[in-house]
Design a protein around this ligand. Structure first.
Ligand code: CA
Length: 232
């Protein structure tokens, strides 16, 4: 079953941008253009996470957040607020009324996706039934399975841990040292170029002919899992 995200945002262009990017990442998205419609949708459809704009006509984002936290059946709903740049006091108030995180406008779709995944992960700490998806790749952590575009992918244990590390932190660039710490563990002495060897194996395993390589090499920095290779 797809994770259902409700978006309450009055800017139509932003709704479409977010909807497109979240659906591409495998989420189901519904949207409301104002606070009243949003509250109605919240009560009838049971979303897994709410992305909530601060400035809304009729009922403000902050008021919606406050109402959600007062309702027993919505109290645990994860909420990410969208706020304007520089309004530090607002952001603090948002967290005070119970938002789980905030994203500052303007934001990149991949940043929002990363925040959503992080908040969902915190909301479901069991992790056993967890499914990670990014850029056409799906990782079933419980079954230890990886699928890309419908194709089963066989990975060695190190490649599996490496891919999982990236999938949990999409878009971020990691140095070889950080990857060694995160994937191999600090205690082990492993040469830095070991990372390159496993990255090469991982690429070979996940990329079929003609498929875009989702692992970006960042010159003199490291590697990132990133489906927006052109943003520098
Ligand atoms: Ca707005």
């Amino acid at each position: 079953m797809k994770t259902h995200i409700l978006l309450i945002e009055d800017e139509a262009a932003l709704v479409e941008l977010v909807r497109y990017n979240l659906e591409k990442e495998g989420f189901r998205v519904s949207a409301a253009n104002d606070g009243e419609e949003g509250l109605a949708l919240l009560n009838e459809s049971k979303p897994d996470l709410l992305v909530l704009d601060w400035m809304l006509p009729h009922v403000s984002g902050i008021e919606i957040c406050r109402q959600i936290r007062r309702k027993t059946e919505l109290r645990d709903l994860p909420v990410i607020m969208l706020t304007a740049r520089g309004e530090e006091a607002d952001r603090i108030r948002g967290l005070e009324v119970g938002a789980d995180d905030y994203v500052i406008k303007p934001f990149s779709p991949s940043e929002l996706v990363a925040r959503i995944r992080a908040v969902l992960r915190r909301a479901r700490p069991s992790g056993a039934d967890e499914m990670l998806t990014y850029s056409g790749i799906a990782m079933d952590l419980a079954a230890h399975r990886v699928i890309r575009n419908g194709r089963n992918i066989h990975l060695g244990p190190t490649e599996f841990r490496l891919l999982r590390f990236f999938m949990e932190r999409p878009g971020r660039v990691f140095t070889r040292e950080q990857l060694l710490d995160g994937v191999w563990g600090r205690d082990l002495y492993v040469e830095l170029r070991t990372v390159d060897v496993h990255i090469r194996r991982l690429r070979k395993a996940i990329n079929a002919d003609g498929e875009r390589d989702p692992i970006r090499t960042v010159r003199s920095a490291g590697y990132a899992l990133d489906d927006q290779p052109d943003r520098g």
